[in-house]
Design a protein around this ligand. Structure first.
Ligand code: GLN
Length: 214
């Protein structure tokens, strides 16, 4: 059940068709994502329960720790409902740990860690090396006219992309932003910069709410 104290935020919705964008709020950097989406005028909701999930039209899966999130998705009984929504085409934006959870194949994962296989990529957890905790860089992004400042924190490294996957940005030749259908993934943390362009790109992938209800 949603608790009244759980913040639903964003602009008023006079027509009832403005989509509700959920932010998976079990663990990790979810508040920073919600702040960016709010700044862009989206209606947002934190998702912790199956009921929360049923009320959203799209979802952001934040960075954090994918092994912990995988476990919490089970305890919250969210794994199967979320798998169903992803299979039904719900738009999703996964960053860092969120990208790992959406990948078809996870290398160097924990044996009990599960992922949704929503995008045909293989990722290696902490693939940039444990000695490099974090680093920053500018990358060119397809569809954006100026480079994006990317912040990597114990980031997953993309080691394979399937034929249906569109690579939107690379760092040293390695894909760091990719899309397949309505699934967008980044190995970095766009929510930790003042640059809202990737969240805006994701919101453009979300159809009006009525499309889901129909
Ligand atoms: N290394 C983390 C994991 O395996 C991801 C790090 C992050 O999300 N910043 O989940």
């Amino acid at each position: 059940m949603s608790s009244p104290s759980r913040p639903d935020t964003g602009s008023a919705d006079p027509t009832g068709t403005t989509p509700v964008v959920g932010v998976l709020a079990l663990q990790g950097a979810f508040q920073a994502h919600q702040a960016v989406l709010d700044r862009l005028g989206a209606r947002t909701r934190q998702v912790r329960t199956p009921a929360d999930l049923a009320g959203v039209d799209a979802l952001v899966m934040p960075g954090g720790e994918s092994t912990t999130m995988s476990r919490l998705l089970h305890t919250a009984e969210l794994f199967d409902p979320l798998a169903e929504r992803l299979a039904a085409g719900m738009p999703v934006f996964g960053t860092c740990a969120g990208m790992i959870l959406l990948a078809a194949e996870v290398l160097d994962g924990r044996p009990d860690q599960r992922s949704f296989a929503a995008i045909d990529i293989a990722v290696r957890r902490n693939g940039y090396g444990r000695q490099i905790d974090s680093f920053e860089h500018e990358v060119d992004v397809d569809g954006l006219d100026a480079p994006f400042h990317v912040v990597f924190i114990r980031a997953p490294k993309v080691e394979r992309t399937g034929p249906g996957v569109e690579v939107l940005a690379r760092h040293d030749g390695v894909p760091v932003l990719a899309r397949q259908g309505r699934v967008l993934v980044a190995s970095f943390h766009p929510e930790l910069t003042d640059d809202d362009r990737l969240h805006a790109m994701f919101l453009a992938m979300v159809p009006p709410s009525a499309a889901r209800a129909a």
